[in-house]
Design a protein around this ligand. Structure first.
Ligand code: GDP
Ligand code: MG
Length: 331
């Protein structure tokens, strides 16, 4: 128990090393995270979360670096998470990005971290959400998520972010790629980066016409041209993000989203717990598993497990409390 109390104190003192260590605990799925967050409950407030996604090489890191500078000029504390579902590594930025970000190394209001999935399905979302919560409790105003732009990471990041920025570059075939990846649906803002190379106007036109073919929606994603390498269009890109944030607030959509997210998280925790309990029961109870194998369909066994879990949880308040305490631990 001492560990999380010390960490909580470090958070209150603003010691950034405490945050770094807490995120390492998140990645290890250490149950101490739960106790830490409970100790910091009065400080928990969700930072504004902006996701950047797009194919590798489109200039996301370059753009994010510019935005970090812009936000620091406005005295906002900003944290960056590089989300890499393929990487088992964590605890530091990818080499190139680390060099790029070195200019912020002495700034205590900038925090950069990469997170890997560690081969855990859905694990990255859980870990990222917990890391964001810790960053908010520490006092960060804005959290930027950058995906490596492959696999499922786009969709995962879009589900976590308040505003999702899709970064594209001029070039043939982008349109086809976007439709395939379902990226049109997740974009709240489009940035067409590398506007210094030919064809950016055409790409902007393509996106515009694709958007006009889609259903009428309350928010039409702005399309911003940028040259991140020269720090051009960065202000406009951030303005578009802020416009989307204002839309979320004015429409009430933002509150709905954050409520839905919390409900999903609570349900996920219960689901994870129930699943591991069920699996353990099936392994322990020979009669139950025999019956399942005999049935060759899982429904009756599932019914029985649910009935047993309910019988265990509902009648005894005291026990159910103890059970609830195990939810995080059993993840
Ligand atoms: N011509 C041009 N190159 C850029 C621009 N922005 C970034 N780059 C370059 O594109 C490459 C990939 O950039 P990076 O930010 O690492 O892309 P990421 O993989 O999306 O994070 C680097 O060599 C950058 O210097 C731009 O606006 N114009
Ligand atoms: Mg990058």
């Amino acid at each position: 128990m001492g560990k999380e109390r010390d960490l909580a104190a470090e958070f209150r003192e603003g010691n950034i090393r405490g945050l770094a260590r807490a995120i390492t605990l998140v990645e290890k799925r250490d149950p101490a995270v739960r106790h830490l967050l409970e100790a910091l409950q009065d400080r928990v407030q969700r930072p504004y979360v902006v996701g950047f996604t797009g194919a590798p090489g489109t200039g996301k890191s370059t753009l994010v670096d510019c935005l970090v500078r812009l936000l620091r000029d406005r005295d906002q504390a900003v944290a960056v998470i590089a989300v890499d579902p393929n990487s088992p590594y964590s605890g530091g930025a990818i080499l190139g990005d680390r060099i790029r970000m070195q200019r912020h190394a002495l700034d205590s209001k900038v925090f950069i971290r990469s997170m890997g999935a560690r081969g855990h399905l859905g694990g990255l979302s859980v870990a990222t959400r917990e890391a964001i919560r810790l960053m908010g409790a520490f006092g960060f105003d804005v959290v930027i998520l950058e995906t490596v732009g492959v696999g499922q990471s786009e969709l995962e990041v879009a589900a976590i972010a308040d505003t999702t920025v899709v970064v594209l570059t001029p070039g043939l075939g982008d349109g086809v790629q976007m439709i395939k990846a379902g990226i049109m649906e997740i974009a709240d803002v489009f940035v067409v980066n590398k506007a210094d190379v030919p064809g950016s106007q055409k790409t902007i036109q393509e996106i515009r016409s694709m958007l006009s073919m889609g259903p009428r929606v309350a928010w039409r994603p702005p399309i911003v041209g940028a040259v991140a390498a020269r720090n051009e269009g960065v202000d406009e890109a951030w303005k578009a993000v802020e416009a989307h944030r204002a839309h979320l607030e004015a429409s009430g959509e933002g509150r709905q989203l954050s409520e839905a997210r919390l409900k999903d998280e609570a349900a996920d925790l219960v689901g994870e717990w129930a699943r591991s309990e069920a699996r353990a029961l099936l392994d322990q109870d020979a009669k139950l598993s025999e019956r399942l194998l005999h049935d060759r369909i899982p429904y009756a066994a599932a019914d029985e497990i649910l009935t047993r879990q309910r019988a265990e949880l509902i009648p005894e308040r005291a026990r159910s409390k103890k059970k609830a305490g195990r939810i995080m631990e059993s993840r």
